[in-house]
Design a protein around this ligand. Structure first.
Ligand code: ADP
Length: 277
């Protein structure tokens, strides 16, 4: 892999729902450390694009490459293993887990993936074996597993301290008792704990008031400054304009404009797509 290899390359991406061509031949490429925003009117295919890249949906056509390696289509596990982490438009946290547990969820999944005997759970006769193996591990943890656990705990602490003011005091609170904004912060912290190569954020400031939106903006600016590679889907153009190296404008599943924020803002096709209906 050359240092200039894009983190993400998407070619000929298509997805239809019934008669609706939600994504219609999208091509995009994201360089290491780049902050790319995807904007467009409602229903223009932004979330579907994110769902395709993160393996939530399987494309009808097209290719998704991470670091030059083709992703298995429609597999969230493959996307996660390749280093893609994402947040969801409505915010998804496990209400009956604490903030700390929510942040560590993905890490534990990664840990589990490294424990092959778990696969045995699928065979009824052998169902008790994984349990026994885990019990044994809990009693005599191998150095590798112990190291993984310590790493996971350290990573959760790192993310908690990132949101120290907001999430710190609530680390052991159940997520369903959190405010909406704090649920969304928890979700971002969980994505970051995975130390992703590419972070996909689907409207992280949706439903937030002005000061909360500004706070998310500051948080994202910090991530950008730290060199994270980010794709942001966002309606709030003040965030998009302040953060983006490049803006991609979708309309009816197609890219109608692309460039620096100021350039895109002045594009007649963009003005038409937003105002001409
Ligand atoms: P955006 O995120 O830009 O608002 P979406 O990607 O959510 O747009 O949707 C693009 C188009 O695909 C819309 O017409 C929407 O109604 C349709 N669509 C999205 N998801 C589904 C689905 N699961 N089933 C049917 N139609 C869908």
């Amino acid at each position: 892999e050359s240092p200039h290899e894009p983190v993400l390359t998407v070619t000929g991406l298509r997805k239809a729902f019934g008669g609706v061509q939600a994504v219609d031949g999208v091509e995009l490429s994201v360089a290491p450390g780049e902050f790319v925003s995807i904007i467009g009117p409602n229903g223009s295919g932004k979330t579907t694009t994110v769902n395709l890249v993160s393996g939530v949906l399987r494309p009808d056509a097209g290719e998704i490459r991470v670091g030059g390696v083709r992703l298995r289509p429609g597999s969230q596990e493959a996307a996660a293993a390749a280093g893609i982490a994402r947040t969801f438009q409505n915010g998804r946290v496990f209400g009956n887990l604490t903030v700390r547990e929510n942040i560590s969820v993905g890490l534990h999944t990664a840990l589990r993936a490294a424990q092959p005997w778990r696969g045995l759970a699928g065979f009824p006769v052998l169902r008790w074996l994984p349990l026994l193996a885990e019990l044994a591990l809990a009693l005599i943890p191998t150095p590798a597993v112990r190291a993984e656990r310590l790493h996971a705990e350290a990573e959760v602490d790192t993310q908690l301290s990132r949101f120290a003011e907001r999430l710190g005091p609530r680390a052991d609170q159940l997520a369903h008792t959190l405010s909406y904004a704090n649920r969304r912060r928890t979700e971002i912290a969980r994505a970051l704990a995975l130390q992703p190569i590419l972070l996909l954020l689907d409207e992280p400031a949706a439903g937030m008031n002005q000061s909360e939106t500004a706070e998310v903006g500051a948080q994202l600016a910090e991530l950008k400054a730290a060199g994270h590679t980010i794709v942001l889907v966002e309606h709030k153009l003040e965030l998009v304009n302040a953060l983006s190296d490049r803006v991609i404008v979708l309309d009816e599943g197609r890219i109608i404009a692309e460039g620096a924020p100021a350039q895109v803002r002045a594009d007649p096709r963009v003005i038409e797509a937003y105002l001409g209906r």
